[in-house]
Design a protein around this ligand. Sequence first.
Ligand SMILES: [Zn+2]
Length: 254
Amino acid sequence: MQVAAGAWYEVHRVDPGLSRILESHVAPWMRCNMWLIHGRDGNLLIDSGMGLRPIKPEVAILGEKPVTAVCTHCHFDHIGCAHEFDTRLGHALEAHDYAAPDLGRSCASSWIGAELITALPHAGYELRNFRLTPAPLTGHLDEGDILDTGDRVFHVLHLPGHSPGSIALYDHATRTLFSGDVIYDGMLIDNAWHSDPGDYEQSLRRLKELPIDLVHAGHENSFGRERLHDLIDTYMSGGQRLADPGVWIKDQKT
Ligand SMILES: [Zn+2]
């Protein structure tokens, strides 16, 4: 496998207030969406990828204004670059997992054997040596908290199930949800070591009640209200659940 030529990250401007950042060389079925909200007074970076290369030097758009790193949950594919930012916010229930990230607790050990990357971040890199850099939270986010960028107001929703400290950001004015891994347009994971399917159902029931027109999720493409309700209904009837990572990974490659 060759070292990636050029940048590791790609930036897609969704609209003047939002960019989607992707890790070009992480397999599409695993790479997370990093959402950069361009606020009047500062930017929010929702999730920060696997951390295989530093994000700040490669993504100039991050440097325009102070950036607050919002961590939707502690899984390895979402928190890798959080340590690069001075302000790091997430749910207190997973505080330990940001401060002392561990391959098992971050779920990396369930996935790291697979062909997760399509190029090397730097010469001599070996994925089996993957480690996360500690990124202790500098503040906690919980249900009812508000993040105000000066021109947009985001309500924090605590939506456990995928993990106990999973959070989402909801902008009531635009009926937009940044959902992390609570919901995305793919097979949902409710069987990680700290998942709770009962909590998951309750969290999804809450989402179905909210006036949401657009979901920017932790993985895959964004979607609207109808798809959101389809995904929730399918999950409630026992579908849309990823049973075995090993089997699922093989399916992605064939
Ligand atoms: Zn996750």
